[in-house]
Design a protein around this ligand. Structure first.
Ligand code: IMP
Ligand code: MG
Length: 344
């Protein structure tokens, strides 16, 4: 079967969930290597709709799913996601889901900070930026810290207090009310989730992944142009969405037999930032309506425009894309004229 990686070639929402669901069938293990609850993969399988945020969609096919290093995972939300899948009669247990002990913990204070500070970027308000900021400044918590309650408590208390200090700065800068966070509430939520999550934490996902070498599927979240280092910074997410992120996320060197880029027949973008082929007019509105371009995570309307091949070419270069999967061609069925952006 070989090792496969799937990467979005623009700003996400190219239809990765669907392709990964199809490819999962042919692979033994699926690895999510970046991002967290900011992603939303909608998969309709056998007529039932599943919305996944942090868990790879391979879970629907009962494949081994790994949430890798470099991810930002909200443990409380993850417990909910696991619970929802189980309610939908999907098997989720430590047998088919492993979370790297190096994954970054997103907590309530990250969300609060994102809400206060993320407006200029138009974030998904899932605490992503603040989680990675903590990671980079080495003040964050990782899943391994869930094993040491005393350290956990001390850090969560410190971080909550610090966040309250920063939130105070935003008080008169935003149009909504900012209330200070209560440490005991933040910690109580985490403690509840902790019990449920501990069995899923894996201290050596590298070995787990290598066990399935030759039948691995790496599932990228977001898209190339949202990469923190190589995308349209600062209008980007905070992880590495590109192939480099996969090596960090898996923690081992993988030889990919297939590097598949996901492209939509037209281009969309959620949130703020440059979008050269955007059609902020009737055409864009039509594409949005026909394509159902509303976010799976936030419900926000996606900005729409013509297919940006100039950016796609950049994505091919960054990721070494060897194959392209083109989605939603049928949305253009009734267009009299189809335009393609070839350069700027
Ligand atoms: P954040 O990742 O929530 O910090 O958001 C940063 C930027 O990335 C915003 O413009 C978001 O709209 C965008 N973004 C984050 N995740 C996704 C996604 O899964 N699909 C599309 N856009 C995303
Ligand atoms: Mg999405």
């Amino acid at each position: 079967m070989g090792n496969t990686i799937v990467i979005g070639m623009h700003w996400g929402d190219e239809g990765k969930g669907k392709l990964v669901d199809i490819l999962a069938e042919e692979h033994d293990a699926i690895v999510r290597f970046n991002g967290g609850g900011n992603a939303g993969h909608t998969v309709v399988a056998d007529g039932i709709k599943y919305v996944l945020h942090q868990i790879p969609s391979g879970i629907l096919r009962n494949k081994l799913c790994v949430i890798g290093n470099q991810t930002a995972v909200d443990a409380v939300e993850l417990v909910k996601e696991i619970g929802d899948l189980i309610k939908q009669e999907i098997h989720v247990s430590p047998e088919n889901l492993a979370i790297s002990h190096l994954a970054n913990l997103t907590l309530g204070y990250h969300n609060a900070l994102d809400r206060a500070s993320g407006g200029e970027i138009g974030t998904t308000v899932r605490g992503i930026g603040p989680t990675y900021a903590d990671r980079k400044s080495r003040g964050g918590l990782i899943f391994n810290d869930l094993f040491d309650i005393d350290k956990l408590k001390k850090k969560v208390q410190e971080n909550t207090e610090f966040t309250n200090y920063v939130l105070n700065y935003y008080k008169d800068k935003v149009s909504f009310e900012i209330k200070p966070l209560d440490f005991s509430e933040v910690f109580a939520g985490l403690l509840n989730a902790r019990e449920r999550i501990l069995p899923f934490i894996c201290k050596d996902i590298g070995s787990l992944i290598l066990k399935h070498d030759g039948s691995l599927l790496f599932e990228g979240a977001q898209g190339t142009l949202l990469d923190n280092d190589l995308g349209s910074y600062p209008f980007a997410t905070s992880s590495n969405t590109t192939i480099g992120g996969a090596y960090v996320g898996g923690g081992v060197k993988i030889n990919f037999d297939r590097i598949i880029g996901l492209l939509k027949a037209y281009t969309t973008r959620v949130g703020k930032g440059p979008f050269p082929s955007e059609q902020d007019n009737e055409t864009g509105a039509r594409l949005q309506e026909r394509g159902g371009e509303f976010g799976a995570t936030t419900g926000r309307a996606r900005r729409c425009g013509w297919l940006d091949l100039f950016a796609a070419k950049y994505s091919v270069r960054v990721n070494g894309i060897g194959e392209i999967s083109l989605s939603k061609l049928d949305i253009l069925d009734e267009e009299e004229e189809i335009k393609i952006c070839s350069g700027y």
